[in-house]
Design a protein around this ligand. Structure first.
Ligand SMILES: Nc1ncnc2c1ncn2[C@@H]1O[C@H](COP(=O)(O)OP(=O)(O)O)[C@@H](O)[C@H]1O
Ligand SMILES: [Mg+2]
Length: 394
């Protein structure tokens, strides 16, 4: 999987986990679906030189004492027998390997775990991964915190994840907290999502994905399909807790519509849209000369690549020279791949023209789905602006 938009966090994690002079552990906090596990997996995949031991809290096992620790230490079971007697007895009791009754001492179990991990780390540095520690059984969470407080001199680091707002003994174990917030898309990319518009600075993107969670993207195919037979709308699938995960699954098609008033006549609007001469990049703020190629053209159609490095698209234009409509099919594009496109329609409106624009995106990758989900929010205004010049908006 390729991770989108977490470069800063990845670098920070590498520094905190793998710098031999200053190893600590990290506790990643964030709401469900924000991308904690994705970040952990990517970090593990890149950590070539360490041995990874992992456990995870699960709802099903949260009431089974030492279930989480058992999962972590199971790969080291061959070494259990070499532990000092009291540590072995405690661990054996914790893991049900002996007939001893009663609760083993968390302290002794912790020492046993520390011995096992230190011995293993003497052979190869260890990364101890503990996911969803809010669901760990409490004894395992206590032992992990005990370990975390004692490993700073060892080549062992802990990488743990926890749900926002949950309490865990690991929060007070000296791990560096890392709060994961909603993905921010680069503003340039965001605005370019539709057109390559350059007024990117307007987008306060950090809040945008958060706002998306509270907003139903218009034209979302599933929501349209979800309208009930009796004509009433299905309950919105969005809500305050809508996560990235849900965005990535639900936003399959995005259509946005807007219009602008143009001082040009409808025929002139058509003329500007379908003028593929050498002055096109100069006329359109969303096209630069390095990203403008006319592949082929006829009387009523053209196949071109146009845009910017951040947002080019290869498209087939079709129009009726005597008509009012230009349709543009996206054959390929930097941000969304193939599919979808644009429809421009110009109609007289008094002394001016009304230009109606419809943009459809059919994103396939997670990144483009996120961008598409943002289009209804940031698209219309930035697109309208980028068309204002060439279409002589009034
Ligand atoms: N930065 C990212 N790039 C690509 N996919 C991501 C990213 N963050 C999360 N995802 C995807 O979103 C979904 C939820 O992320 P996940 O890591 O499971 O969240 P968490 O562990 O915080 O609950 C997963 O399908 C994951 O692959
Ligand atoms: Mg997770």
């Amino acid at each position: 999987m390729s991770l989108f938009g977490r470069d800063t966090e990845r670098k920070e994690l590498d520094a905190l986990l793998f710098d031999p002079r200053d190893r600590t552990g990290v506790l990643i906090e964030g709401e469900p679906g924000i991308g904690k596990s994705a970040l952990v997996e990517e970090t593990i995949a890149a950590a070539a030189s360490v041995r990874v031991l992992r456990t995870a809290g699960t709802e099903a096992e949260r009431h089974f004492g030492y279930a989480g620790l058992h999962r972590l230490l199971y790969p080291l079971r061959a070494a259990f027998a070499g532990l000092p007697t009291r540590q072995y007895d405690a661990l054996a009791c914790a893991f049900g390997l002996s007939d001893a009754e009663g609760e083993p001492s968390v302290h002794l179990v912790g020492l046993a775990a520390l011995t096992l991990l230190s011995d293993a780390a003497a052979e190869q540095a260890l990364l101890v991964v503990a996911e969803d520690v809010h669901w760990l059984d409490s004894a395992s969470a206590e032992v992990l915190a005990f370990l975390a407080r004692r490993i700073h001199t060892e080549p062992i680091t802990v990488l743990a994840t926890v749900r926002d707002g949950a309490t865990t003994p690991l929060a007070a174990a000296g791990l560096t907290p890392m709060r994961l917030t909603a993905l921010s898309a680069a503003p340039a990319t965001l605005c370019a999502a539709g057109s390559g518009a350059r007024d990117a600075h307007e987008v306060r993107h950090h809040s945008v994905i958060r706002r998306i969670r509270r907003t139903t993207p218009r034209g979302n195919a599933r929501q349209v399909a979800g309208n009930r037979r009796d004509g009433t709308a299905a309950p919105p699938t969005t809500g305050p807790a809508r996560s990235l995960h849900q965005i990535s699954r639900s936003s399959t098609v995005t259509t946005i519509r807007f219009h602008l008033q143009s001082a040009l006549s409808p025929a002139e609007v058509l003329g500007v849209l379908t003028d593929f001469g050498p002055t096109r990049p100069a006329a359109w703020p969303t096209i630069d000369t390095e990203h403008f190629t006319v592949h082929d053209r006829g009387e009523t159609w053209a196949e071109v690549t146009e845009g910017t490095a951040a947002a080019w698209e290869r498209a087939r234009y079709e129009w009726d020279p005597a008509g009012t409509t230009v349709t543009i099919r996206t054959l390929d594009s930097k941000l969304f791949g193939a599919g979808g496109g644009w429809i421009f329609r110009a109609v007289p409106a008094g002394a001016v023209s009304r230009v109606e624009v419809e943009l459809t995106r059919t994103p396939r990758t997670l990144k483009s789905r996120i961008l598409a989900a943002l289009l209804p929010l940031v698209g219309p205004s930035s697109l309208r602006k980028s068309f204002a010049g060439p279409l002589r908006a009034v």
